[in-house]
Design a protein around this ligand. Structure first.
Ligand SMILES: Cc1cc2nc3c(=O)[nH]c(=O)nc-3n(C[C@H](O)[C@H](O)[C@H](O)COP(=O)(O)OP(=O)(O)OC[C@H]3O[C@@H](n4cnc5c(N)ncnc54)[C@H](O)[C@@H]3O)c2cc1C
Length: 389
């Protein structure tokens, strides 16, 4: 039974079990921390076991992929510097997604909903819709009807590019792996640190809106005003841009980096370094020191592209013209190994009341606090000198 996954807190919320259930007896419902988990209607369930067979967390990561180095590794950035600036890393996702759309395809990724209350996984079929999928959001995206929407497009012969966290991508791969119509589905995941719930995000958003005195929009987790390496949080309130300086205003991201509010399954992620996707995207931290970018402006960031499959290699060759691609043999990737802090339970007990109630739990080590303050207040050129010292 699928409950065995839930009680072991391995469930990632990918929703593949609910999508595959022919009797529609599984529904994704919010738990007390605000994460979606499968709720099984026991009266309708006939114990066919399909949900468990498809569950990527139950199957864990396939051994043959275990901690293998990716066959091909690239450092890359979008050829259009403006679009690079609008992305988290080097804009690899945007360049590939634009090519997919130009080929008549559809892109699936995660974006905020209209009021910035939730992050949801949704499709983009044109440049306007793609805007909302760009940039990292440190909130778990809800899968909703994505499985059926992908299927609809595949059935009509369309090219589909799905991009998500490793667990979401594993769900999509598991759902489509035995379906005959999946040849035109390509998947991409991200190196992922873990995801907080939409509930935690909403509590922070409501608190921040109140403190800043207006409704919030355009939240950026990695604003690159001071460059890729010195990114800060920013948002817009009543049309006015605000840089979120200081421990309290920036408390959501500080809690995120302290691993205080991640989904239980993130602390023992079975997909870290064991990708199910055709390609994997990430920040390529440190690659600029390898000298392969001389003459290029790396201010807006560099993407790391791991090509995990032969299909991924062919896909990138076709969808990569918008990218400046550099084969790389320097691999600094190591397992993320997210540690569960003792205060994590306390966090979710309190956050139901208000964001203010969790602020005392967010204790930033002195060294990190100094670094953050320097980043918030010093100009970029001084930060770059300090970094190179
Ligand atoms: C929660 C999270 C944690 C991450 N942790 C790391 C890390 O520890 N180390 C590292 O090197 N890189 C990490 N990344 C990846 C990195 O931040 C960039 O997303 C990645 O390098 C792609 O950048 P880009 O410039 O190509 O495109 P961008 O435009 O920045 O990325 C957009 C892509 O990210 C996806 N995305 C955004 N938010 C979410 C979300 N909440 N859930 C699922 N997909 C989402 C979009 O669907 C789209 O595919 C993380 C990303 C996320 C979302």
């Amino acid at each position: 039974m699928i409950e065995s996954i839930l009680t072991s807190s391995l469930c990632t919320g990918c929703g593949a079990c609910a999508a595959v259930c022919r009797l529609k007896c599984i529904e994704m419902a919010g738990d007390k921390e605000g994460f979606l988990i499968p709720a099984v209607n026991a009266e309708r369930c006939i114990n066919c076991g399909l949900c468990l067979r498809i569950c990527p967390a139950a199957a864990a990561a396939p051994e043959e992929n275990a901690e293998k180095k990716p066959p091909l590794l690239y450092a890359a950035f979008h050829r259009d510097i403006k679009k690079r600036g609008q992305s988290t890393s080097g804009g690899a996702f945007a360049a590939i997604a634009e090519a997919v759309i130009a080929h008549g395809g559809v892109v699936f990724g995660s974006g905020f909903d209209r009021n910035y209350d939730n992050v949801v996984c949704r499709e983009a079929a044109d440049a306007g819709e793609l805007e909302g999928l760009k940039k990292s959001k440190y909130v778990q995206g809800r899968m909703g009807n994505v499985y059926f929407e992908i299927e609809k497009h595949l059935n009509s012969g369309k090219l589909v590019f799905f991009s998500g966290t490793p667990c979401q991508t594993a769900g999509v791969q598991a759902y489509f792996q035995h379906r005959t119509n999946s040849e035109r589905l390509y998947t991409c995941d991200l190196i992922c640190h873990g995801v907080p719930s939409n509930l935690a995000w909403r509590r922070y958003k409501d608190w921040l809106s109140e403190v800043l005195g207006g409704s919030l929009s355009d939240f950026q987790f990695r604003n690159k005003e001071k460059g890729w390496k010195n990114s800060l949080r920013s948002c817009a309130v009543n049309g006015r841009k605000v840089l979120l300086r200081g421990k309290k205003l920036d408390s959501y991201c500080q809690a995120y980096y302290l691993n205080l509010m991640l989904r239980e399954s993130c602390y023992k992620c079975p997909f870290d370094c064991k990708s199910h996707a055709d390609i994997t995207l990430a920040d390529y931290w440190g690659i600029e020191k390898k000298g392969i970018f001389s003459g290029h402006d790396i201010h807006y960031g560099i993407s790391r592209i791991e090509v995990n499959t032969a299909r991924g290699r062919d896909f990138l060759a076709e969808m990569g013209p918008g990218l400046e691609l550099y084969p790389a043999d320097w691999d600094n990737r190591c397992p993320v190994k997210t540690v569960r802090p003792v205060q994590r339970d306390n966090f979710y007990q309190r956050v139901n009341d208000s964001w203010g109630a969790v602020l005392p739990l967010i204790k930033i080590p002195f060294k990190s606090r100094v670094k953050l303050m320097a980043r918030e207040y010093l100009p970029e050129w001084i930060l770059n000198i300090l970094r190179n010292m």
